[in-house]
Design a protein around this ligand. Structure first.
Ligand code: ATP
Ligand code: MG
Length: 351
């Protein structure tokens, strides 16, 4: 399997595309090399998604036909990109990656599409941020494996139909609701990833620790798991911070006490809430009497992008009952007050 990253390997060509910096943070690049599962068998959790994918892949391989287009939906860091690479790996095909904001013009997409061979995977991350003009290109490409490209404008306009190979589009999005209906409907397979259970995150922490060659005991892995916001990317990130701490301050082994001390320094509390999570909840309590309050008001008070709050912060808080959403806005719950009340006596929440 060959990996092409359009944002990098083709940057010198006419259809140069830059991946936005935010999507290639350092954390992800180094994780990619070592910690990301490469095949279905290595993948921990999301059992239903994995089973369905495995059937899709086996059926496609038996028929020697590419599978349907696939859309993965779910909060950041749950494994969408990982699964896209796994599908390509299991199918034994090349994968080309790009992202919604990187594809500014129809021509950008055309350049990529015409380079795809039969069965190749095109992975488009943040597909909900694809500009409308590019999205319209994608409709016939996905459905009929052809695109009509119009050169020039006005009286000189001429159209050329490009035939494409039968490629597989894999899209990833944190906000399925922002996808237009015509685009959503062209995906034969639509899978939502859910937050991971503590047990699954224990397995992930143990697996990553083994790959990083750092000793961890069962209590240590459990302590990391329950502070990871149900998210493998966070589990891996915390593990690396704890590894540093264990190496410098501890005995080298990751145990419960090391995790506690290390993550207190990172501002992660025992429920896994980050500094931003707590600021968000405290804002609703302190400024809006616990809510209900609209997202824009919270964003303005916090001086954060409302998109960040909706994509990154809220899903986990909603999932764990620290937050509810009503037609009148966001509200914190009794659990939230309880969490802060108890915790404030311990002096852990000075944000
Ligand atoms: N099931 C898993 N088992 C072990 N590690 C995992 C698993 N799923 C994800 N990871 C780890 O978590 C990291 C984040 O996963 P990934 O990049 O696929 O998330 P994502 O859903 O694409 O996030 P984003 O929306 O931010 O792009 C990966 O680098 C990988 O190391
Ligand atoms: Mg991703």
């Amino acid at each position: 399997m060959e990996e092409k990253d359009v944002g990098q390997s083709r940057a010198g060509q006419g259809t140069a595309m830059e991946l936005p910096n935010e999507s290639v943070n350092e954390d992800e690049v180094s994780e990619f090399v070592t910690l990301r599962p490469k095949v279905l068998d290595e993948y921990i959790g999301q059992t239903e998604v994995i089973e369905a994918l495995s059937i899709t892949i086996q059926a496609a391989l038996q028929r020697k036909e590419p599978p349907d287009h696939i859309l993965f939906h779910g909060p950041p860091g749950l494994g969408k990109t990982t699964l896209a690479h796994i599908v390509a790996e299991e199918m034994g095909v090349d994968i080309t990656t790009s992202s919604g904001p990187a594809l500014e013009r129809g021509g950008d997409l055309l350049g990529i599409l015409t380079h795809l061979d039969k069965g190749n995977v095109l992975f488009i991350d943040e597909i909900h941020r694809l500009p409308k003009v590019v999205e319209e290109f994608l409709y016939p490409a996905m459905e009929d494996f052809a695109v009509d490209f119009v050169f020039d404008k006005g009286v000189h306009a001429r159209s050329h139909r490009y035939r494409l190979e039968h490629f597989v589009l894999i899209g990833a999005t944190t906000r399925a609701g922002l996808l237009s209906a015509p685009l959503r409907e062209r995906f034969g397979i639509f899978r939502t990833l859910d937050f991971y259970s503590d047990q699954e995150l224990v397995e992930i922490a143990k697996r990553s620790a083994a790959l990083l060659d750092v000793p961890i005991d069962i209590d240590g892995s459990y302590e990391i798991a329950r502070r990871s916001r149900g998210t493998p990317r966070i589990a891996n990130r915390l593990l690396k911070r704890v590894r540093d701490y264990a190496q410098v301050r501890g005995s080298g082994v990751i145990d419960r006490e090391t995790v506690k001390q290390a993550l207190e320094l990172e501002g992660v509390d025992e429920k896994g809430l980050s500094i931003l999570d707590r600021k968000y909840l405290k804002t609703i309590i302190d400024f809006y009497k616990g809510g209900p309050v609209g997202i824009e008001a919270i964003a303005a008070t916090l001086q954060e992008e409302s998109d960040t709050l909706v994509d990154v912060v809220e899903p986990y808080l909603l999932n764990t009952g620290f937050l509810t959403r009503t037609s009148a806005g966001r509200k914190v719950t009794e659990k939230t007050y309880h969490h802060f009340g108890l915790a404030m006596q311990k002096g852990l929440f000075d944000t």
